[in-house]
Write a new protein. Structure first.
Length: 166
């Protein structure tokens, strides 16, 4: 595959936000207890003992119960031209906004443009933002959409690794 092919087939970056939709207190407690039971059973009878296998099953069930307390909200970065058009639609308010956009309207518009609908309408997402999100969750979603669209090169490369320059 050529560089041209690789670059043209590159997918837009995505990320997910795990949003809690149920109380996690009981599930977290059960997971901690199940993990402790597994460690105890593994230490006493070995990791292949019947007790350890049963405890491992309990851990897996507890992990699944905790996962069911969350839904993943997927965000997809906009193509650059769409992002630029969205920015142009939300110009800064004179004397109010310091940056290049209207700080009141742009974050919400960006999130709504990036969120993977997954069967939900814009009105559904508006309801979630206005009625079921906490202030902190809403701000975190807005910041995540902004970060996804203004990303730079990854800094998560292994230490000492650099791509070769030709």
């Amino acid at each position: 595959m050529t560089i041209r092919d690789r670059l043209r087939s590159r997918q837009r970056p995505t990320t997910t936000y795990p949003m809690r939709v149920a109380d996690t207190q009981d599930a977290e407690r059960e997971l901690l207890e199940a993990q402790a039971a597994y460690r105890r059973a593994s230490r006493l009878g070995g990791p292949d003992s019947p007790e350890a296998r049963d405890a491992k099953t309990r851990v897996e069930q507890a992990e699944e119960a905790l996962r069911s307390c969350y839904v993943d909200i997927k965000l997809v970065a906009l193509p650059p031209d769409e992002l630029e058009a969205l920015i142009a639609q939300h110009p800064p308010r004179e004397g109010v906004d310091d940056g290049p956009v209207n700080a009141e309207t742009y974050p919400r518009a960006l999130f709504l443009a990036c969120v993977d609908a997954e069967g939900m309408t814009r009105e559904d997402w508006e309801y979630v933002l206005d009625h079921t999100c906490s202030y902190g969750e809403r701000q975190e979603l807005y910041l995540l959409a902004q970060a996804l669209n203004t990303r730079g090169p990854s800094t998560a490369l292994p230490k000492g690794w650099m791509p070769t320059r030709r």
